[in-house]
Design a protein around this ligand. Structure first.
Ligand code: PNS
Length: 166
């Protein structure tokens, strides 16, 4: 049986914490799809979905052919069905993540009981690594090189390169 999982999220942008989860997921599942929500209607993202997918593909390049990146729109459980995945992976950092994640897992189960949600935790080295904070720090000229893959660091430098803290 091919156990395929969808690791879904905004990934704006992907961080080393996300990549740590991908590595762990590959230890449990035969195939992992990193799936970026394409949500143009209310997208306040720094990078558009295609840019995010391209960065993820580059960041995944050394992880082999059991992992891929894609973008999806609409319901996550419907996407999971379309790609014949039976699992959704979500990363949990702090306890504060849990309430929202629990609601989402229950809603997804209500919508499609064939798809199971699995929570995974990244290494403690990435506990404070969130895309939102990475963007804020990079926008203020801070060094995020240990927190994101090189492709993301380059993209952040391109976006914010000229900006220095006041
Ligand atoms: O990284 P994020 O922003 O926390 O990821 C949230 C995401 C993309 C997994 C979630 O918003 C989602 O699955 N959206 C797709 C629409 C959907 O299925 N909504 C019902 C889930 S309760």
């Amino acid at each position: 049986m091919n156990r395929k999982a969808v690791y879904a999220g905004s990934f704006d942008p992907i961080t080393n914490g996300h990549l740590d989860i991908v590595r762990r997921a590959l230890g449990v599942f035969d195939e992992v799809i990193v799936a970026v929500l394409r949500n143009p209607a209310k997208d306040t993202a720094l990078f558009d979905a295609d840019e995010r997918v391209a960065m993820i593909r580059e960041a995944l390049a050394d992880l082999g052919d059991r992992v891929s990146a894609d973008a999806f729109s609409g319901l996550l459980v419907e996407y999971a069905d379309r790609v014949q995945a039976t699992a959704i992976i979500r990363g949990l950092r702090a306890v504060s993540d849990f309430e929202y994640e629990f609601q989402m897992a229950m809603m997804n189960r209500h919508l499609n009981a064939r798809v199971e949600t699995y929570f995974m935790t990244a290494s403690e080295a990435y506990f404070y690594t969130a895309s939102k904070l990475v963007k804020e720090v990079a926008s203020l000229g801070g060094n995020v090189s240990a927190l994101v893959p090189p492709v993301v660091q380059r993209a952040l430098l391109q976006r914010f390169g000229g900006k220095q803290p006041a």
